[in-house]
Each structure stands twice: as C-alpha cells, then as structure tokens.
Design a protein around this ligand. Sequence first.
Ligand code: NAD
Length: 334
Amino acid sequence: MKISFFDMKEKEEISFLKKYLKNHTLKFFSQSIHDVPLDQYEDSEIISVFIYSETKKEILSKLKKLKCVLTRSTGFDHIDTNYCSMKKIAVGNVPLYGENTVAEHTFALMLNLARNVHKSYLREKEGNFSIDGLRGFDLKGKTLGILGVGHIGLHVIKMARGFGMNVIAYDINQNHFLAEVMHYSYATQEEVLKKADILSLHMPLNNHTKHIINEETLSLTRKGIHIINTSRGGLIDSEALYNFLKKGHIGGVGLDVIEGEEYIVHEEELIENKEKHNEIAQLMITKEIMKHENVIFTPHNAFNSQEALKRILESTIENINSFESKGEVKFSIS
Ligand code: NAD
C-alpha cells in the first residue's frame, strides 16, 4: 500500500518503520500534513499523522485514494472523524501506549510545583542558593481531584495512593469495583472541583469537554488550588486560567498542553498575518500564562519516553498490517 507518514523527525523511528513495513511504498515527511505540498502525497492510501497535523476535511477531501487515517497518538481531536466516517475512511489511533508514561509526567509536573523545583533550578543557575520563598508542600494527605478516570487517570490514581493522597474523581462512566480496590471515590464534577487541593485532567477533548475549566468552574475551586493538564489544552479556557492566576486564586499550574500551543512554533508567520486576530490574541494569552512564575509548561512531551515511542510504532505497524489483511484497523476510534 502507499503510506505517507507525517510529523516524522527521528531517523531511528523511520528506520524502525522501514524495517517492519518492507512490502509497502513508504514516504516520510518531517512536517505536518498541512505544510507538505499536496502533490507529494495525494496518491496515499494510508496516512499516518501525529497531533500537530490538522487532518481536516479540506485536506482529506483531496486524497481520492485514501482508505485509512492512523494517528500515532491516543487523542484524535486533530482528525475530522465525521468526514472520515461519511466517506468510509477507517480511523485508528494508539489507545494504550503510554498510560503509565503520561501518568509519570503528570507527577513530574505535580512534584515540581509542590517543591518549587522549577524556581530552585533557575536560582541555582544564577548562583543563588537561598531557600527564601521556596517552601513547598507535602502531597501526603492532600486531596487529588481527577476528571476522567480512564487508562491514564487510573495510573495517576495508583501513583497518588502511593504518595498517601486522598483521591476523588469524576467520570461519566464509573467503575465502583475499581474504586473500592484502588481506594478512591467518585463524586460529582462540582464536588471534585470544590474539594481538590490539586486537580488533574484526564478526559478527552470533545464538544462536551471543551473549556470544562472556565470562569464558572474555577470559581468553585479552593484558593491556592494547583491544576495539572496533560490531556488537551482545549479543556481549559486559557483566558479564565490567566485571570485566576493573575488574581492569585490559583497556586500553581503544570501544563503539558495549552490552548494555542499549535501557534507557538509558527509565531513569526502568524504575527505577520494581520487577518488572524483571534489566533494572535490566543497566542498572547498562551505566552502570558507560560511566563507566569507559578506555571510550569512542557511542550506536549508527556508521551515522549523511549518505551512509549516503541509501543506507538509497534501499534501503528499492527494497524497497517491489520488494515491490509482484513480491511480493518485493530485500534479503531469508533
Ligand atoms: P481514556 O479514553 O482511557 O479515558 C478518558 C476517560 O474520560 C474515560 O474514562 C471517559 O469515560 C472519561 N470522560 C469522557 N468524557 C468525559 C466527561 N465529559 N466528563 C468526565 N469524564 C469523561 O483515555 P486516556 O488514555 O486516559 O487518555 C486521556 C487523554 O489524555 C486523551 O484523550 C489524550 O487527549 C490525552 N493524552 C495526552 C498525551 C500527552 O502527551 N500529553 C498522551 C496521551 C494521551
């Protein structure tokens, strides 16, 4: 089959895929799909993208031979799944590559905030060894609120229990057996927001969850709340987040994802384009949030461990083989 891979920067990853997909015609592009001229991939039967590729109708409708879209991620909000389903284009993702990986990163952000590691690091680089203002707090005994108890959320809960935290969680689907054996409890979304010392988001981004953290829901939270988001930037209304940070309501924020993250790499082009008012305004807020001393930002890097990456590539190969032999993807998003 003719397969085009986008967002592929690492030589080792390309070699790995070439080794296990010898029977196919492969093309690799380091750029995202919307940055590659169409004539270079318009005959693709399968495309494999990552989160940076906005794989929407405008592009998909031009690929007349396309049968299957695979994303090398768990989240698939960058793909126009409605269009794919209308055109009977299969869509697959990698559902299970990194639940421990992302959960570990969630704790990296949480521990950094709790013990002011980011501030200590900056001071030490300047030769300042004072501990003034660096007093942190213990995780033990704190209440962790989780929104979205899926694969990643459950790993976060397991780790939190190891730290002696109390966990309350909200999910539209609840597994009371797991709650009992893992010693966490379910509550309404409102209760979670009201009681959490630290709030961690692990739900997908969709029409129901967009801006689930906004002015109204933030006003329910405790003063000094810490918020961690390793899921998708769009879950948090960034303007509301900025306002609550500015007025000192939020104690700290650990973000691996943020609204407007896609604009940061294209900042110069964006600022030159006077028509993109909304995008420029979003970029300004995003950058203000990232500059705040109580915010730690990692550039959508939670998935990025050696082990997780190997699992991503293996699942992608499995999906391609399954699509070729049975016409179905093994990890379908529907
Ligand atoms: P999952 O599907 O296993 O779990 C998501 C959970 O959210 C499910 O239990 C679901 O019932 C719940 N949910 C859905 N809608 C909800 C709502 N409105 N309110 C409450 N709960 C709701 O997914 P996962 O593997 O745990 O991944 C979670 C998210 O993490 C993904 O959607 C993806 O966006 C993100 N992610 C980020 C990275 C990264 O590198 N930062 C890597 C992998 C995944």
